[in-house]
Structure formats: C-alpha cells, structure tokens
Design a binder for this molecule. Structure first.
Ligand SMILES: NC(=O)c1ccc[n+]([C@@H]2O[C@H](COP(=O)([O-])OP(=O)(O)OC[C@H]3O[C@@H](n4cnc5c(N)ncnc54)[C@H](OP(=O)(O)O)[C@@H]3O)[C@@H](O)[C@H]2O)c1
Length: 279
C-alpha cells in the first residue's frame, strides 16, 4: 500500500493533463485524495451530445438510495441495478430512477445497462461467511469494473471501506474482497477510478417501510472524532478513531467523483469525503 501515494500523485498529474484536452474550462481549487494536499484543478463541462447517465450498482440499498437522490438533484439521469430492482421507498424522487433488476454475477444479463452510461458508482457489498464476503465485495465488483471498462464507461466510483486494522481473522473476506476490487479499479481506470473509504456511515436507513435513524449514534461520534485527527495519525489507536460520516456526505462525494473530471483518481479517505462533500 505504501507505493500507492506516489502512484496516485502521478496519476493525478496525468489525469489533469489528459483532461485538459478538448473541453471548456473553469478554474477552482479541489482537495486531492491524499490527506491535506490541495491542488488547482479544472472543471470539465460536458460537451453537448456526450453521454452523462450514471449507473448506480446497488442503487436500492442504504447508501445507494442516497446516491440516486443526490445525482437526480444535480440533474444527472440515473439507472440503478440490483437483484430486487425498485425499493419500497415511496418518495417522489424514486419515480425518476430507471430501476433495473440484475445480478452482478451474471454480466451477460445486465451488460446492456451500460449503454449510454458515462459513469458507474458501485455500492454493492455485504457481509456473511468469509467466502461470501470475498465474492460480493470482490468478485462481483471486479466483474462490474471489467464490464464497464469494456463498454467504454469514462469514470468508476467504488464505495469501499476504511480498514480499521482489526485482527486478520475478523472480517477477512470482507477486506480481501474490498482490496481485490480496489486493485482492479486502479488497473482498469487508472486516470478516472475513485475509491471512497468511509468508516461507519450514519443517516436514515430504510428497512422495508420503516426508517432507522442511525444518525442518533453516528452524529455525536462524528462530532467528537472529526476534531481529533492528530490522534488518528498515531499507530494502534489511529485506525479506530476514524469518525463516522453522514450518508449524504458519502452520496455527495460519490456523485461528484462520478461526474467531475477534476476529482483525482485513487483512494479518498473519510476526511477526503468530508472535504469534497463540503461537510
Ligand atoms: N453502511 C455502512 O456503514 C458502510 C460503511 C463502510 C462501507 N460500506 C460499504 O458501502 C457499500 C454500500 O453499503 P450499504 O450499507 O448501502 O449496503 P446495502 O444497503 O446492503 O446495499 C447493498 C446493495 O447491493 C445490492 N446487491 C447485493 N448483491 C447484489 C448482486 N449480486 N447483484 C446486484 N446487486 C446486488 C443490494 O440490492 P439487492 O439485494 O436488491 O440485490 C443493495 O442494493 C457496501 O459496499 C459497504 O461495504 C458501508
């Protein structure tokens, strides 16, 4: 992992250089994925006729529904792919999403969903046995990343997870799967793949028709922990002090990463997510 910082910085420079060709420009400052650094960047405004639809994998889940809603609020057309399709939310925005049913493990059944898609955001992941976690967090996303690259999708955002440095037997398959998907993303989308690594994500989770207010736990914790960043750089305690982040902040950072060429490729930690979302 240590070599990634340099590789990212190089990718960032290439990205800014390559992105400057053939698009109208506006200058502004953006914080990069690497902690604390800020770089001048250029916003690329899409040329007319360019495809701009975003495909949200797992768009009917907890994080996915917030991402769909955020993208629509920015005027971005959204299609969601998941096994069960349309969720039970009865809110008006859900009528504006194109809900598609499909299993990521069967790319031939959903590959055509990538037509006219400019960016993919994957929220597919989960828990279970080590084997199940490796498959759903890793294999399923690796296949999606490959299919998107083959279809000419321009940007890919993967919702990964902060590594809390737990003993290796705890959630082994979960983290192995996350890292396999991250490696595939950096390889297939070296200039436009963004990996978000939140810790605990708090907000309102819809379970069937019931809304669970996870922010009752997450907000106070976030308030305390986001102000102790220096402590988080200490080995041993550091990883456990990563603050929870609001689900709307993750959604904003994901949509921005999918639609703004100025967001640099590579890993975005929880502080990067907060900065990019303006949180
Ligand atoms: N929640 C947190 O606090 C947290 C923290 C850090 C990282 N994350 C990561 O963020 C991502 C989203 O988390 P979440 O809490 O929103 O999870 P979630 O609510 O369980 O959503 C998972 C989504 O994946 C879809 N899915 C599962 N298997 C699929 C398959 N084979 N093919 C297509 N779609 C499939 C599910 O829909 P169907 O069941 O209809 O297929 C659902 O839409 C995950 O990768 C998770 O590891 C979450």
């Amino acid at each position: 992992m240590a070599g990634r910082g340099g590789k990212q910085a190089l990718q960032h420079l290439h990205h800014l250089r390559d992105g400057a060709v053939g698009a109208s420009r506006a200058h502004y400052s953006v914080s990069t994925a690497s902690r604390g650094s800020t770089a001048e960047a250029e916003v690329m405004e899409p040329k007319s006729g360019e495809r701009k639809k975003v495909l949200v994998l797992g768009g009917n889940g907890y994080v996915g529904t917030h991402i769909c809603k955020e993208a629509l609020s920015k005027g971005v057309p959204v299609v969601s792919l998941s096994r069960s399709g349309r969720p039970k939310v009865a809110e008006p925005w859900s009528n504006d999403v194109e809900w598609v049913k499909g299993d990521l493990f069967q790319p031939s059944n959903w590959r055509n969903t990538l037509d006219d898609v400019s960016a993919v955001i994957s929220c597919v992941g989960g828990f279970g046995s080590n084997e199940q976690m490796q498959k759903i967090n890793g294999v399923a996303n690796v296949q999606a990343i490959r299919a998107a690259a083959e279809a000419g999708v321009k940007r890919f955002v993967y919702i990964s997870a902060h590594d809390f440095g737990l003993p290796s037997f705890v959630l082994r398959g979960y983290y192995a799967g996350k890292r396999a998907a991250e490696d595939e993303l950096l390889s297939k989308f070296p200039y436009s793949g963004v990996i978000l690594r939140p810790g605990f994500i708090h907000g309102v989770r819809q379970v069937g028709r019931v809304k669970l207010p996870l922010n009752a736990i997450g907000s106070p914790l976030e308030l305390v922990l986001k102000n102790v960043k220096p402590l988080s750089q200490l080995p041993l305690v550091g990883n456990l002090l990563v603050p929870p982040v609001k689900v709307v902040a993750v959604a904003k950072a994901a949509v921005r990463s999918a639609t703004d060429n100025a967001v640099p490729p590579g890993i975005m930690d929880v502080w990067g997510i907060m900065r990019l979302s303006g949180d």
